[in-house]
Unconditional design. Structure first.
Length: 188
């Protein structure tokens, strides 16, 4: 039995969900970003207890098919960005289409209707949050960041960063961590 979980966006989230499973003595085949595959159907009561435990930790068990698809798209893109390397000619549409084995235009329409932004905008916002992280920790040069996130140049990265944040990367660096957002809050 596969369950889709909203706001499960990092390794610590996986650990938190695994803890809830252990506490409820639910056996999982696999626990991945955004989903849990249970060995067997736990029954309504146990499933509700699991949903309640998840909610206490800031997660949401999704039962709506549309929400599940959107959460899968988000998790795939978050995972791609968190790998720390996006190819320069990376195609969001090909990546999502191949991974979900579904028609990209219909996925794109659904995502935009529900989220109020396009899949591509969501992907850019994720990349910008990763760049903010790198800027905070001074891990690499702007040109290396541009290369790692698939930008054609540091100028392209800087202009997109300014468009979405209202400041340049160096201005952001001076202001510090107060302008960072958690990955599950990155939208619009």
């Amino acid at each position: 039995m596969k369950l889709i979980i909203k706001n499960m966006v990092c390794p610590r989230c996986v650990s938190s969900v695994e803890k809830a499973l252990r506490e409820l003595q639910l056996k999982a085949k696999a626990v991945r970003l955004g989903e849990v595959e249970l060995v067997k159907d736990p029954g309504k009561k146990k499933l509700q207890q699991f949903a309640d435990a998840l909610e206490r930790d800031g997660f949401e068990l999704l039962d709506d098919q549309k929400k599940q698809v959107i959460e899968k798209i988000k998790n795939l893109l978050i995972e791609k960005v968190q790998e720390g390397h996006v190819e320069e000619h990376f195609s969001v549409s090909k990546f999502i289409g191949r991974r979900l084995l579904k028609d990209y235009p219909s996925l794109s329409r659904l995502f935009s209707e529900v989220e109020g932004i396009t899949i591509e905008q969501f992907f850019i916002l994720q990349k910008i949050e990763k760049i903010k992280e790198w800027l905070m920790y001074n891990e690499q040069s702007l040109s290396q960041m541009a290369f790692d996130m698939g930008y054609s140049s540091s100028q392209h990265l800087s202009s997109q960063f300014k468009k979405f944040t209202g400041m340049t990367p160096s201005q952001f660096k001076q202001l510090g961590a107060s302008h960072r957002r958690s990955l599950d809050a990155v939208h619009r």
